[in-house]
Write a protein that binds this ligand. Structure first.
Ligand code: HXC
Length: 256
């Protein structure tokens, strides 16, 4: 039960930590189920404005638990239906910041890619080494990675299984920021604090429109954006934000 920890370091900010150091934070069913529970729970919690997902100082997560799948049959894997557990994370409407120190491999890299921002320590490494095990990524690694960095960089990682460093990951658009290893959580907290202070309805719309928009034709995506933009004029926070600007005072957002 202590393999995934949930805390509230500050009002409005939830921190989820994967804590299975002895197995390099490998994602077994228990870890994934607990991650899914936490993300589901936080998604519904009106007090939560931003979620930080992190691991240990040397490993964010070393991927799916190889020992738990080595002898499984195809039907076993199908019946496990772990995609349902991942869906709790992808369906989470709150902004998610992955704070990555050390290795984010396989399912660990895929987990980080489910976040909206990735803050990486300078020694972090990202990789999709599944090919070396005779499989391919199964939780978005072939698709989210390709969308994030483009075909040729994704193919290099997927076909060789070789990990890349934080600077390279930043250069190719896989991470949002690289900071000193000991600054990762602090930086993630600072960003979470900044996001938590902004109007949550608009924040939720940004997330929804960006994610939904990237997989549909541009015209439809622009329509989604327009509708979200229009709807936000029904929120008290839009009135407050614009009036505060005009009255030259700080806004007081209420989330309505
Ligand atoms: C199960 C793992 C594990 C994993 C490490 N361990 N990674 N157990 N699944 N993914 C276990 C080791 O077996 C070992 O257990 C203990 O953790 C410490 O690991 P070491 O290898 O001794 O540690 P270290 O030398 O620090 O190397 C760390 C490492 C290496 C570089 C992360 O362990 C590694 O390469 N792990 C596998 C990474 C990987 O291939 N990931 C992709 C998985 S497939 P004992 O009992 O010996 O102490 C995947 C598919 C996703 O993710 C599909 C999603 C649906």
């Amino acid at each position: 039960m202590n393999e995934v920890l949930l805390s509230t370091p500050e009002a409005g900010i939830a921190l989820i930590r994967i804590n299975r150091e002895e197995a390099r934070n490998a994602l077994n069913d228990a870890v994934r189920a607990r991650l899914a529970d936490f993300f589901g729970q936080l998604s519904e919690d009106k007090e939560v404005r931003c979620i930080i997902l992190t691991g240990g100082s040397r490993v964010f997560a070393a991927g799916a638990d190889i020992k738990a799948m080595a002898e499984a049959s195809a039907i076993d894997i199908m019946l496990r239906a772990t995609h349902r557990l991942w869906q709790a994370i992808t369906a989470c409407g709150k902004p998610i910041i992955a704070a990555v120190n050390g290795l984010a491999l396989g399912g660990g890299c895929e987990l980080a890619m489910n976040a909206d921002l990735i803050i990486a320590g300078e020694s972090a490494r990202f990789g999709q080494p599944e090919i070396k095990l005779g499989i391919i990524p199964g939780a978005g690694g072939t698709q989210r990675l390709t969308r994030a960095v483009g075909k040729f960089k994704a193919m290099k990682m997927l076909l060789t299984g070789q990990p890349i460093g934080a600077a390279e990951a930043f250069g190719m658009g896989l991470v949002s920021e690289v900071v000193g290893d000991d600054q990762v959580l602090e930086r993630a907290m600072a960003l979470a604090r900044e996001i938590a202070a902004l109007p949550p309805l608009a924040i939720a719309q940004v997330k929804e429109v960006v994610l939904a928009g990237q997989d549909i034709p541009l015209e439809a995506a622009l329509m989604l954006e327009r509708k979200a933009f229009q709807i936000l004029f029904a929120s008290a926070d839009q009135k407050e934000g614009m009036r505060a600007f005009i009255e030259k005072r700080p806004p007081e957002f209420k989330g309505i």
